[in-house]
Every structure is written in C-alpha cells, then in structure tokens.
Design a protein around this ligand. Sequence first.
Ligand SMILES: Nc1ncnc2c1ncn2[C@@H]1O[C@H](COP(=O)(O)OP(=O)(O)OP(=O)(O)O)[C@@H](O)[C@H]1O
Length: 327
Amino acid sequence: MNTTILKQHTSAADQPPAGNEIICAIDNVSKTYTGGSVALDAVSLDIRKGEILALLGPNGAGKTTLISIICGIVNASGGKVTVGGYDVVDNYRQSRGLIGLVPQEVNLEPFETVNNTVTFSRGLFGKPRNPGTIEQVLRKLSLWDKRDSQIVTLSGGMKRRVLIAKALSHEPRVLFLDEPTAGVDVELRKDMWETVRALQADGVTIILTTHYIEEAEAIADRIGVIDKGRLMLVEDKATLMQRLGTKQIRIELQDPLGRIPDALSKYELEIATSGNALIYTYDPTGGRTGITSLFSDLKSAGLVLCDVQTHESSLEEIFVNLIKGEA
Ligand SMILES: Nc1ncnc2c1ncn2[C@@H]1O[C@H](COP(=O)(O)OP(=O)(O)OP(=O)(O)O)[C@@H](O)[C@H]1O
C-alpha cells in the first residue's frame, strides 16, 4: 500500500463548524525526543464528539507520539491538550479516565481468563467493580461466550477484541486505536471495522491511526494526514473526496483509434493503451460535465461506441494525485 506525503494544506473547511462539540482539543503540540528527533511539529486539531477520525500517515510520521501525548504516556515539548475540558498534564487522572487506548501490540496475560483480564483493567482506573458493565462490554464485542476462556485459547481476532474490551472497561468516552488492523487478514480487518462502527453507534468517539488508505476510506468520518510530524490536512472524508475527486468515463470503441480527432480536442480525452477505448475525465462538482455534448460529438466524428463504464476516484487516487500535483 502506498503511503502518502502531502504538503501543508489548511483552509477554513478544515475547522469544525460552529456548534460541534469538541471532546479533545490539541493546540500547537510539538515533540522532540531526547537525541533531537522531531516527532511532532506544531500540531493543532479538534476532535469532535461522536466522530470516527482516521489519522493516516507513513511509518514514523508521528501518529503514535500524538496518541501517547493525548493519553499522558509521553510529555509534549510544547503545546496543550485537553480531553473533555481536562488538561492532560494538569488534570491527568480526569482526562485519562475519559480515554480508552488500544495499543498496537497484543500484550495480554496468556493464562488469564477474558473476564479477569477485562475486570482487572477497570480496577486500574480506580473504578469500583461492576460485573454488569463488564458483561455489557463483553457482549458488545462478542466475547461473552468466551468470558471464562484463557487468552491463550483465543483466535487472533478475539485477542484484538479483548484489547478493545480492556480499553472500554472503565467506560471511556474517547477510544484510541493505534493501528488496529496492522498485519491482520482482510476478513479480520472487516470484522474490526464493524466493531468500530458499532462502538460509534453507542456514542464513543473513535480515533484510529492507520497506514491503510482503504481503512480510512471505509470507516472514517474525517481524515487527518500526518507526515514528518506535521498535520498536513484534516477534512471530512466526503468533502475531501468530492473536492479532490474526479470521475472518469471509459468509452469502448468498435474500431481502434490512432489519435484523437481534431473535432474532439476540446475534451479531456486520452486513448487507452489498446486504442480501443477513450477515457474522459471530468469534474463531478463543476455543474456541467460535458458528457452530453461529448457523446454527440463522438457520433458526429463517426466513432461507434460498444460500451461505457464510469469510474470514481478512490481516496488513494486522490492522495496520489495530490502528491503528483505538489511535486
Ligand atoms: N522513544 C523515542 N525516542 C526517540 N525517538 C522516537 C521515540 N519514539 C518515536 N521516535 C521517533 O519519532 C518519530 C515518530 O514516531 P511515531 O512512532 O510517533 O510514528 P508513527 O507515525 O506512529 O509510526 P508507525 O506507524 O511506524 O508506528 C519517528 O522518527 C521515531 O523514530
């Protein structure tokens, strides 16, 4: 999978519209590790209550560092973060209590039972025992039938769900998933996406980091792109795809074409490698698409069509085009 590298890009559209409740505010956060490695450079981002935000970026971009600062595991070199209005440094206990963190690594006690594992995590947050809440969490993650099973007996997918159950055991309002599907097969990935959507339906705000553009495309409401410690872009997925996406029509021809006839030069047309098809690219947001006149001009030019297919840009194509455009 290609990773993405974008130049700085911010606009009024990046800011949440007024009236949206902010659950986590990240203001001008930087991090330089001992030894001089700059992991984050002036990152500002408001996370909206109830959204699924995907932070997309290549290896070493700074995603884990950002999550670790929000969770109070790593200290920022500069800037400020609040969760539910609590400063993550000055009011660590209150802010951390609102956060569930699902780490990248599966770090479970192999011979402990599912129920004990999740119950123990709740205790770490100083919350009183509440078997009813633990039952709800386990049922939500389809682990109730496995509550008395040892971790070692579970499949990889179930172990990942136990990690989520642990993170939800103290009833947080915000859930961070750090690379939830790194290295897992397609089926498990889709299973994880369903789990994430179900949690959102229950009112949990979800922030996930990923290398996979298709993952962001599949489940995120908003997408942030981090590269080399900078937040390059953050925007609603639908707006992003509409704003930057193009549509294409592939027109299969009865007879191969050597060059585009002069009468058609005003259209953005390419000849497909075989010569048996024309590709017409247009902006779906621009009002007039030019399709009607194109078809009429194709006919006047004596071209006989066999088939027509449409194609819309995927998020990956949008990013690749952006990179090409900025290069
Ligand atoms: N404890 C540390 N000490 C020094 N440098 C670190 C430390 N942790 C991370 N870094 C550096 O900070 C940068 C950002 O790393 P980070 O792990 O936040 O990126 P990431 O986007 O989460 O990457 P990945 O997808 O590989 O997990 C990298 O250059 C990394 O080498």
